[in-house]
Design a binder for this molecule. Sequence first.
Ligand code: HEC
Length: 267
Amino acid sequence: MKLIAIAALSTLGWLVANSAHAQKTSVQSIEEYRQMLQDGNPADLFEAKGEGLWKKKRGPKNASLEQCDLGKGPGVYKGAFLELPRFFVDTNRVQDLESRLLTCMETLQGLNAADIAKTPFGKDEQNNVTALATWLAAESKDGQFKLPQSHPQEKISYEVGKRLFFQRGGTHDFSCASCHSKDGTRIRLQDLPTLTKNPGDGVGFAAWPAYRVSNGQMWGMQQRLNDCYRQQRFPYPGFGSEATIALGVYLGVNSQGAKSAAPTIKR
Ligand code: HEC
């Protein structure tokens, strides 16, 4: 029912937005459309699934994820999302929420993390990772981002992310900065947040995972980055790769102090 309502709203929203565009009030109309969307976010369904998956005994080891250490100690999940990506001693690397979930799925449940990382978005265990990330983000909703930057690896990761953000290349010589470093820019009707600084509460880094009305899919940050690499005409560096995590550190540290709105709903 909810999904049908959302689909109807979405169509209506575009009609309003498109006709109003001609009357020079498109920005206001889009804002109204966005507010209308907030009334029913199908992300709720993914949250419920994610919570179930966290508690369910699964995999060759028939174990739940309840002892997963997301950075605040085994089993502590409230607030963990606001401090990721961060350095983990056991894996000796900086990890974001999604790559850390793969670690827990492997060590606690006996699932194969490399296989899951290779699975296309929207398929099999990837769907479970997205649902888990959605629920875990929801458990930290409205908290402020405070990514740790005290470990040397965390600082290096930020610097790597910054360089990747400005790295130009590909057929169009684009970098992330080509689309995300000037205030007030848009592609068609989509606002392009400035990600070289704090873009504000619930914007950019602070908005994902998000439910995307246009294709009816729930996307985590890794898929958001994947799609922006596509827009950049670059090959994707791989799910949970050092490069995507470094970009997460760069965006997350830039968003320090911003309020997390994830999971959000996007056009
Ligand atoms: C060709 C332009 C383009 C390039 C290059 C690009 N993006 Fe994007 N990005 C977009 C568009 C358009 C959206 C909004 C998409 C939508 O609404 O579906 C977006 C959305 C985002 C968002 C979510 C913003 C929000 O508030 O929801 C993030 C984060 C992001 N991009 C990061 C990046 C990063 C990191 C890179 C470099 C790897 C990058 N983008 C490269 C066009 C681009």
